[in-house]
Design a binder for this molecule. Structure first.
Ligand code: OAD
Length: 252
């Protein structure tokens, strides 16, 4: 871990009027949920065109639910890791305005983050595409999957954004409001290749914000958009930044 960059990030956060975090699947890898595009990623096992496109859900929901079952079995037992905890602590200390996450696992909220914007929806609720009934998914048992609508018995779809679907309107509006008004973005554990999510750090950069990347490897943001990349695991880097912020901060 590069301690000079940790210190630089802490100083940038301390000098910032408003800091936001933009997170992707990489932040939950240390909670046991694989990312999408890595060597162990979900898209190595399942072709997203066949399993994650909304047309695939309409044409073959049973097959799509095989992938969802795989994903849900990990999400439902996962616990937040030190990276999620660190961001929640930064918010409590008054140094983080919001977390915009592409993840649907709810681990930021479980760690105690309050202002979480779920850009790609959530696994916690499911809806019927035929009659629009919505149910709470948190108490679903693995043996109840795939779940059916109690009103019309169609297969339910989790309220996560599939390829070909639009971003929840409120999440999109709030996210771009945050990205246009912040001075620092922490872009954590995302390959930044899926749009419109990936334009969040870019929008902030266009307005003069500092973009700090925390990732195991470079991404399309690195060198183009990011001011610097802190290489390594989010579970080590975020707590180190939070510790440094605490050491250098005056009470707010
Ligand atoms: P990806 O799988 O594309 O990228 C994960 C990123 O996290 C990679 O850049 C990894 O290098 C990095 N990473 C892995 N482990 C890490 C760790 N411990 N610490 C820090 N970084 C780590 O996941 P996303 O960028 O979230 O959308 O993918 C974006 C969207 O693509 C997802 O929301 C999902 C997917 O298709 C939809 O399904 C609509």
């Amino acid at each position: 871990m590069d301690h000079q960059l940790i210190q630089r990030a802490a100083e940038d956060i301390l000098n910032s009027k408003k800091t936001i975090a933009f997170t992707g699947a990489g932040i939950s890898v240390e909670s046991g949920i694989p990312d999408f595009r890595g060597a162990q990623g979900l898209w190595q096992k399942y072709d997203p065109e066949e399993y994650a496109h909304i047309h695939a859900f309409y044409s073959n929901p049973d097959r799509v639910w095989l992938m969802l079952k795989d994903m849900f079995s990990l999400i439902m037992t996962a616990k937040p890791n030190p990276a999620h905890m660190g961001l929640a602590e930064l918010e409590r200390m008054g140094y983080l305005s919001s977390v915009i996450t592409q993840n649907v696992d709810g681990l930021h909220q479980a760690a105690g983050s309050r202002n979480v914007i779920e850009f790609h929806g959530t696994h916690r609720t499911l809806s019927c595409l035929k009659c629009s009934t919505t149910i709470d998914g948190t108490s679903l048992k693995m043996e109840d999957l795939p779940p059916r609508c109690s009103r019309c018995s169609s297969l339910l779809k989790p309220d996560i954004v599939f390829f070909g679907e639009s971003i929840p309107w409120e999440a999109q509006v709030l996210s771009f409001k945050e990205s246009k008004s912040c001075s620092v973005v922490l872009s954590i554990g995302t390959s930044a290749v899926v749009y419109p999510a990936a334009s969040i750090p870019m929008t902030a950069k266009e307005r003069g914000a500092i973009v700090i990347e925390i990732n195991m490897e470079p991404t399309p943001l690195t060198d183009q958009i990011s001011d610097y990349l802190i290489s390594g695991s989010a579970g080590e880097i975020i707590p180190a930044i939070v510790d440094q912020v605490k050491r250098s901060s005056k009470p707010r």
